[in-house]
Write a protein that binds this ligand. Structure first.
Ligand code: ADP
Length: 397
């Protein structure tokens, strides 16, 4: 079975085409500048990337070009469209309506539409990707995989904010959490790596990238996560503030003569390690400058401090932890951060082998043999998770 995984944005669309017999990515690519002019970058496995520039007035045209590329006689990987058994779509927000991936039907599309108010930038694009595939590949079953679904198992004391209760009932204001597909994927891989059923494990999964979030995963279920109503909450991030005193919003609006929307933009785009350092949102740049630039160093210290506090919270939430799982750009690659976190949390029983800790981009238990709490590095693979859920759901149809 071969599955096409689609991640549709407002003017871009990423895809991977995966052979589920061996989990190999047969081709991947990106449509850019949809609705502007149009460019497709297509990379068949083991071959050079081809760039095709052609008008892409909408997502249907973009999907059409993806299909043409996949079936092209020179850089294609299949002989015909009928080899695409199913399509898995990343959908950012499923609100409280979806706690699992689902096969898409009319009702599901309507529900995704209902969640647009919660993710006004993302859900409309995701929906457009779904409609485009229905047009172009009508024979293929489609599945929606939600970023929020994995966290729907949180108990109400974890997901509710201490606001007037009707804000929850009227406006759906609550913690949803994001990166769920990644947290779910590394949870499953961690159980495999530890050789234990996931039901018996208490894990803290750390998805640390440009946007970062942690999840407390007890028995395979997310019981708390650091992002909230939006992906602005929680850890200090590349450009996002993470948790701050909410009173700062109105105070800054007044002092800087900004609208609430403008303050929100500052919190999303000009804060985090970028805002503190004034240098960059990229952790590699900051590490390079940390020795000579105090604010670059301070921003990194603030990031690791916020991370440490959240880990402590989640150990308390679960009354213990069996393993920390590092993933995404920073989690997979930042050797120094992993080492620092393990040292500073040695009280809880973390201990890592510095030789093993040199690993980048590979599944690995980097703990010392006597570590009471294991430390794992697991590269995330959201596309594979989407493909696996899609396969599981369409196989039973
Ligand atoms: P996104 O959230 O956009 O998917 P990524 O998961 O790619 O982001 O993470 C981007 C972050 O990962 C950047 O801050 C980058 O500096 C960091 N990163 C990527 N590679 C390395 C590396 N080799 N060493 C240290 N940090 C890295």
């Amino acid at each position: 079975m071969k599955i096409l995984v689609i991640n549709a944005g407002s003017s871009s669309l990423k895809y991977q085409f995966i052979d589920m017999d061996n989990m190999d990515v047969i081709a991947k690519g990106l449509c850019e500048r949809i609705g502007i002019d149009g460019r497709l970058k297509h990379t068949p496995a083991g071959k050079d990337t081809v760039i095709i520039e052609k008008a892409m007035p909408d997502h249907t045209a973009a999907i059409g070009m993806v299909i043409d590329a996949l079936t092209d006689k020179d850089h294609g990987v299949i002989s015909g469209m009928d080899e695409i058994s199913a399509v898995g779509h990343r959908v950012v927000h499923g609100g409280e309506l979806f706690s699992e991936s689902v096969v898409i039907d009319e009702g599901v599309k309507k529900s995704i539409e209902e969640c647009i108010e919660l993710a006004p930038l993302h859900n409309p694009a995701n929906l457009t990707g779904i409609l485009a595939c229905e047009n172009v590949i009508p024979h293929a079953k489609q599945v929606a995989v939600f970023d929020t679904a994995f966290h729907q198992t949180m108990p109400s004391e974890a997901y509710l904010y201490a606001l007037p209760y009707e804000y929850y009932t009227k406006h759906k204001i609550r913690r949803y959490g994001f990166h769920g597909t990644s947290h779910k994927y590394v949870t499953g891989r961690a159980a495999e790596l530890l050789g234990k059923p996931v039901e018996e494990l208490k894990l803290i999964t750390l998805h640390l990238g440009n946007g970062s979030s942690l999840a407390a995963v007890n028995g395979g279920k997310s019981v708390d996560t650091s992002m909230g109503f939006t992906p602005l909450a929680g850890l200090v991030m590349g450009t996002r503030s993470g948790d701050i005193d909410p009173a700062i919003v109105s105070y800054v609006a007044e002092k800087e003569n900004l609208s609430v929307k403008e303050v929100s933009d500052v919190l999303n785009k000009k804060s985090g390690v970028l805002g503190v350092s004034g240098v960059s949102s990229d952790f590699r740049d900051l590490a390079e400058q940390a020795e000579t630039n105090d604010r670059a160093k301070l921003s990194l210290d603030m990031f690791s401090y916020s991370l440490k506090k959240f880990i402590g919270q989640y150990i308390a939430v679960m009354n213990g932890v069996d393993a920390l799982v590092f993933t995404a750009g920073i989690g997979e690659n930042n050797v120094e951060l992993r080492s620092q976190i393990a040292k500073e949390l040695s009280f809880f029983g973390l201990s890592i082998d510095e030789e093993k800790n040199k690993v980048r981009g590979k599944d690995m238990d980097i703990s010392t043999p006597d570590a009471k709490v294991k430390t794992l590095v697991i590269p995330t693979n959201e596309e594979l998770m989407i493909a696996l859920d899609t396969k599981r759901l369409v196989e039973n149809l």
